[in-house]
Structures are given as structure tokens and as C-alpha cells.
Write a protein that binds this ligand. Structure first.
Ligand SMILES: [Zn+2]
Ligand SMILES: [Zn+2]
Length: 151
């Protein structure tokens, strides 16, 4: 299962080499102890609104490989009518991950919240139909999906 290890990437996160991450003010900290399942850019309007940028880079990790270390009292969730909750730090506003870290099967972590190389690179671009007009989509070879990946 999975792709062969990329020699240009460091070892993926593991229990013996956890990958830390957190918010801008430092109140919320978490760690990842399993390899990312996938990663990609999302150009949807929700990601634009919650980040203030043209797209958001996210990586999916299995829930057992995600652990909240501190700051659970600062976490707030925006729960859209459809889709998973989007969690952020209520002190500094940093977007951190989506999916309930206490119940969902996986968590989608914002790659910008990580302390170091996640040992995966974004593999696709989704919701390119709603990409912003002021930032052209880079001319990379990543597969592009007009809506949700796989939809
Ligand atoms: Zn914070
Ligand atoms: Zn999105």
C-alpha cells in the first residue's frame, strides 16, 4: 500500500519522531505521529474566507496519528451546514485543522501550522473552478479537480 518513500523527503512523522505544529500565539499545540495519507491544495471559497488567501494546503492524517498537546480550551470550531468543522485558535485566529480531533476518523491539518517538513508534498488541486482571479494557479503538473477531489 502507498507510494514508495521519496528519497528527497525526510522520514515521515512517527511515534519516535513526532511532527509538531501549532497556532501563531502558541496556545494550541499538537503533534502528528503517523505518515500523512494525502495532501493537496484547496481553492474553495470556504478556504479562501477562513485563510484570507487564494488557496489552502492541507494534509490528511489518521486520527490515531493526531494528538492535541495543549490549548483545547482555546480551540473553537466553525461548523458549516455541510462538511466537517473547521478548528481555529480563539486567541490568535490561526486556522489549524478540520475534522473533530476527538471523534472523526481523520483530521485535515493546515500544512502552514506545522513546525517542519511534513514529508509529503501537495498532490492535487481541488475546487479550481472557484480559484481567485488575482492569483493564477501555478503551472505545476498536479491534477486539477473542478470541485471536490474525486467528485
Ligand atoms: Zn493561538
Ligand atoms: Zn477548501
Amino acid at each position: 500500500m502507498g507510494n514508495p518513500p521519496d528519497p528527497n523527503l525526510p522520514d515521515p512523522p512517527s511515534p519516535s519522531a513526532p511532527l509538531g505544529g501549532g497556532c501563531l500565539c502558541g496556545a494550541v499545540r499538537f503533534e502528528i505521529t503517523a505518515p500523512f495519507l494525502s495532501a493537496g491544495y484547496c481553492h474553495c471559497t470556504r478556504c479562501q474566507r477562513r485563510t484570507g488567501t487564494g488557496s489552502s494546503a492541507n494534509g490528511r492524517v489518521p486520527k490515531p496519528g493526531f494528538r492535541l498537546l495543549q490549548g483545547s480550551e482555546r480551540l473553537r470550531a466553525f461548523k458549516p451546514p455541510t462538511g466537517v468543522p473547521k478548528l481555529f485558535c480563539s486567541s490568535c485566529g490561526s486556522a489549524l485543522f478540520s475534522g473533530d480531533p476527538f471523534s472523526d476518523l481523520e483530521v485535515a491539518v493546515r500544512l502552514g501550522a506545522l513546525d517542519r517538513d511534513p514529508a509529503i508534498r501537495p498532490q492535487y488541486r481541488q475546487f479550481v473552478d472557484s480559484a481567485v482571479c488575482w492569483e493564477p494557479i501555478p503551472g505545476d503538473d498536479l491534477p486539477r479537480y473542478p470541485g471536490a477531489r474525486g467528485a
